[in-house]
Design a protein around this ligand. Structure first.
Ligand code: DGT
Ligand code: CA
Ligand code: CA
Ligand code: ZN
Length: 577
């Protein structure tokens, strides 16, 4: 089995979990978790880095010891330290840590007392009312555990976040591309439309020999089971439960099949209607006039025959794109390389994992012209938020670093907390010293719609409120957006020249596509930020670009596509500024 970076990362995470259950030194545990994150975030496959004898200690959180362990994994396929701990702690216990409300101590106690090893066994015990026998648990805790197990199961049946789907689907695409005779291969469906989550993965392959494609498909290592197998279509379930449908089509039908399986269904219906109006017939094999194919090998040819310019997949939702394509009025969608800086990033001054200097160098290395350092304000205590004094000290450090670093400008900023009553967690005199003020909600998420709306409107009256950070506080598959009159708040933001963040963090993607489109319609400018908590996180920006594209955004709509001078003009101007 080829070892993917995430497989290696999983071994280290598992090791950390088991050590935690054993009650090991927390620093050591955190070191393994940090290393796992670094490994997962590396662009190049670790196996190749090791093969090329790359010095792994150049990456953050990888010291000599961990580098050796990684080399061991690549050489043997196993993490010796994990095997060793597994002699003492059953490795399956790590799964129990996924149950909300159950920490390492609880897992250990349950295992010691009941000898359970799996979530299912825990569920059974809890249902029988036996968990409460254990001291420190009780009936209430037992009910909470059942609730946690229920949530864990629900999570497992959810749609897969796009970034996770990508990590699973791209290696499979590469695997299939190696079949002899494959001319084109694309991942279609909601994946290609860059929806924030996908139900399943749809792969379309142009190959005369479909059987050869399916033959190789079923030999892929990451497969849990083969759901169905034929010579032109097969479905498999990957280890994480994600389903993949693969269709092999002849080259002359590739465009039609790709278009059909990209959808959306509504877009397909609209196009088929349009074909009928022109006495044509459109299906997954081609565009036909009677029995003659007039197009089918490629997408642009089909759109052209329908009197349309090619429509980017992100727009295919029957939301006005067909009319726009007819008049050649489609937006020139923002491209990832148009982003010239990040206006929301954390460092070790608050809850970031990398230092100010590393973040600055990382941003410069990826070609950015500017980076705003926006550590948390004081309210977010668990993130070690900055007091006015520490913020002042940090500002000096930023100024000094900025002066010594060529090729990038560092902006002094802060991610200020919007308090429950709509005031901010730093006084105006302090905010007046900053270049960038991102204002976000982190607490009191359950206020009523009226309270939440008033809270944000009041905050926006503060003249230093420049960017509305992760506006609805939603988390993909985990947390619903706050209940708020978004339209009203966006109107207010437009009036004040406040930019609206499209958070590129895959777990947030906030505002989402629909919200960002509404923001544009209300006349707001957008900013695509990563909210980076490490250098590696800066690369997440493309996920924000995907969602902005789904919101029909052009580079023009996004303030951080501008150079520094124009950026400053695009930001809300503070009093006297
Ligand atoms: P998902 O997987 O739920 O995230 O969403 P999709 O859009 O990938 O949907 P999926 O996988 O069921 O089907 C892939 C594409 O195939 C879909 O976007 C459009 C096309 N398709 C599937 N079923 C139909 C249908 O009944 N009619 C039409 N016109 N197209 C369909
Ligand atoms: Ca799909
Ligand atoms: Ca499908
Ligand atoms: Zn942040």
């Amino acid at each position: 089995m080829t070892l993917r970076n995430r497989d290696i990362a999983t071994l280290f995470k598992r090791l950390a979990d088991l050590l935690e259950i054993e009650g090991e030194n927390p620093f050591r545990i955190q070191a393994y978790r940090n290393a796992a994150e670094t490994i997962e975030g590396l662009a190049a496959p670790v196996t190749e880095l090791v093969a090329a004898e790359t010095d792994l200690t150049q990456y953050s959180h990888i010291g000599k010891d961990i580098a050796e362990k990684i080399e061991g994994v690549v050489a043997t396929g196993r993490l010796a330290a994990l095997d060793e701990v597994a002699q003492r702690v059953p490795p399956e216990l790590a799964d129990l840590m996924g149950v909300k409300g159950l920490g390492p101590k609880g897992v250990k106690a349950l295992h010691d007392h009941f000898h359970i090893r799996s979530v299912d066994e825990l569920e059974q015990l809890a249902r029988e009312g036996r968990v409460r026998e254990l001291s420190g648990f009780g009936a209430k805790k037992e009910a909470a555990l059942l609730e946690g197990i229920h949530e864990l199961h629900a999570r497992q049946y959810q749609r897969t976040p796009l970034a996770e789907a990508e990590a699973q689907a791209e290696p499979l695409r590469a695997w299939l591309a190696a079949v002899d005779g494959v001319e084109c291969i694309e991942i279609a469906g909601s994946y290609r439309r860059r929806r924030e989550t996908v139900g399943d993965i749809d792969i379309v392959v142009a190959c005369a020999d479909g059987a050869a494609v399916m033959e190789r498909l079923v030999r892929y290592d990451g497969i849990e089971r083969v759901a169905s197998r034929g010579t032109t279509r097969s479905s498999v379930i990957l280890a994480d439960g994600l389903q993949v449908d693969v269709r092999a089509v002849p080259t002359e039908s590739f465009g039609a099949a790709l278009m059909y399986f990209t959808g959306s269904k509504q877009h397909n219906v609209a196009l088929r209607q349009r074909a009928i109006q022109r006495d044509l017939k459109l299906n997954e094999y081609g565009l036909f006039q009677g029995d003659d194919a007039v197009a089918g090998a490629d997408e642009p040819g089909i759109y052209r025959q329908l009197g349309l310019v090619w429509i980017p997949p992100e727009l295919r939702g029957d939301r006005g794109e067909v009319e726009a394509a007819e008049r050649d009025h489609l937006p020139a969608l923002i491209e990832a390389d148009a982003i010239r800086g990040d206006l929301h990033a954390h460092t070790t001054w608050s809850d970031g994992r990398d230092t100010l200097e590393d973040m600055a160098r990382g941003a410069r290395a990826r070609g950015y012209e500017y980076l705003a350092i926006t550590d948390h304000g004081p309210r977010v205590r668990i993130a070690n938020g900055l007091s006015p004094e520490r913020l002042q000290t940090q500002a000096e450090a930023i100024a000094e670093l900025d002066a010594s670093l060529d090729g990038i400008t560092l902006l002094k900023g802060c991610e200020v907390d919007i308090l429950a009553d709509g005031t901010l967690d730093l006084p105006d005199e302090v905010l007046a010293t900053l270049d960038i003020v991102v204002c976000s909600i982190h607490y009191n998420l359950r206020q009523s719609r009226q309270e939440q709306t008033d809270r944000v409107l009041r905050a926006m009256e503060n003249p230093y409120f420049m960017i509305w950070g992760h506006p609805t506080a939603r988390e993909v598959n985990r947390r619903e957006p706050i209940d708020i009159d978004l339209e009203r708040c966006l109107e207010e933001a437009a009036e004040h020249g406040i930019a609206i963040e499209v958070s590129a963090q895959p777990k947030r993607l906030d505002l989402n596509d629909a919200g960002a489109r509404l923001a544009r319609e209300k006349g707001c400018r957008l900013v695509i930020n990563t909210d980076a908590h490490s250098v590696g996180n800066l690369d997440l920006v493309r996920h924000g670009v995907d969602q902005a594209r789904r919101a029909w955004a052009e580079a023009e709509d996004i303030i951080n596509t501008r150079g520094l001078v124009e950026l400053r003009k695009a930001l809300r101007t503070p009093p006297g500024g």
